[in-house]
Design a protein around this ligand. Sequence first.
Ligand SMILES: [Zn+2]
Length: 143
Amino acid sequence: MTPTPQPLDPALERLVRTMPKAELHIHIEGSLEPELIFALAERNGVALPYPDVEALRAAYAFTDLQSFLDIYYAGASVLLTEQDFFDLAWAYFERAHADASCMPSSSSTRRPTPRAASPSRPCSTASSAPAARPRRAGASARG
Ligand SMILES: [Zn+2]
């Protein structure tokens, strides 16, 4: 039986959210959020095995490797174009920036995004201002 996560004390959650962090390693496909999966599925004409964002989000409470892989492959099935990876990377960079993360390195098993485009700060600077989104970005998955 999987233990149920307990909510954090609000002060502790605030501390955790604002403390500096370093992202040491990420598989970018694994950073897909349900909203972006559905937006990319619609843009690319891909049918998903989940009726809506809420059902997909509920499935993120996976219980074993196969239930994790089902979600991972459903997400990977919508990543078809360079623009999809750009939008995926940008959504990740925005979350990482909001989460006070810096990026000493990154990796992807597929197409990398130029670091110059990242709004996440490098670990060696204290700047908290995000970079402007590059012009190359196309249709945003966010309404
Ligand atoms: Zn890895």
